[in-house]
Design a protein around this ligand. Structure first.
Ligand SMILES: [Zn+2]
Ligand SMILES: [Zn+2]
Length: 259
């Protein structure tokens, strides 16, 4: 992969142990696996993101693919975070590591450069298609019967809602003004990219500072999982996870799901 691995020197203390090691044997349960009540994800999407967090992200190749696509689309990035929050395995460790890496790439993407600065940033911010959308995952698809345990374990939106509400005072200032039509200065990656493409006026130093702020908190949250740093994160660092999801994929899903 062309992209370097961030934080190669950091040694994390948590080795997440999934509460559910894998799918139940086929036919072992008669539970329905339709869309969980009130959840914006479909049951197959929930089972998919359970599997992503339960081991796929241990692969540097999988994570490098996600760096190229800036995570998933806004809806699926928040979906991944929702399943991680519900899963109670590793206390958001997988999301912390992936999101920290994404924001380190964002800091590099927005780095100041005297030559063709806007064009270079525009190219760097373009992402490949959302891997979950590319795989055809939609809300309408139902999980296989033998994934019913995964859907049940990861299928509550309440843990994400509680996490987002508790940290809102710290992430509210990062919300993209274009996503919410508020006119606020912060821009998410999709809106920053759109503005670059249309040649609009952009306060690049301001957007750079925004990205550095979110990245700093996301990194501090990830660092709190490393040896000797346990519990060192602040509420603002926890808010960094919401900030990364919003910056990378846009804030539409967050406003829709969380309010
Ligand atoms: Zn998607
Ligand atoms: Zn936006």
């Amino acid at each position: 992969m062309a992209l370097p691995a961030p934080n190669p020197e950091r040694v994390y203390r948590v080795v997440p142990v999934p509460r559910i090691a894998g799918s139940s044997p086929p036919g072992s349960t008669a539970r329905a696996v339709g869309v969980p009540r009130g959840h914006p994800l479909g049951s197959r999407e929930i089972a998919h993101f359970w599997s992503v967090g339960a081991g796929q992200l241990d692969s540097l190749g999988v994570r490098a693919g996600l760096w190229q696509s800036w995570g998933w689309c806004g809806r699926h990035t928040l979906g991944f975070l929702a399943v991680e929050a519900a899963a109670e395995r590793g206390w958001l460790f997988q999301a912390a590591v992936l999101f920290d890496e994404l924001m380190q790439h964002a800091v590099r993407a927005l780095a100041s450069h005297w030559l063709f600065e806007r064009a270079r940033i525009e190219v760097a911010l373009e992402g490949s298609a959302c891997p979950a959308c590319e795989a055809g995952l939609t809300r309408e698809q139902e999980a296989r019967q033998n994934d019913a345990d995964l859907v049940e374990a990861g299928g509550s939106l309440e843990p994400l809602r509680a996490f987002a509400c508790e940290t809102r005072p710290w992430w509210d200032a990062w919300v993209c003004g274009a996503c919410t039509a508020s006119g606020a200065a912060p821009m998410c990656r999709p809106h920053l990219l759109a503005a670059l493409r249309t040649g609009a006026d952009i306060d690049l130093p301001g957007q750079r500072a925004l990205v550095a702020d979110i990245a700093g908190h996301a990194d501090a949250f990830a660092a709190a999982f490393s040896w000797g740093r346990q519990g060192s994160e602040t509420p603002a660092d926890r808010a960094g996870l919401i900030g990364v999801a919003g910056w990378c994929g846009g804030w539409g899903a967050i406003r829709e799901w969380i309010g």
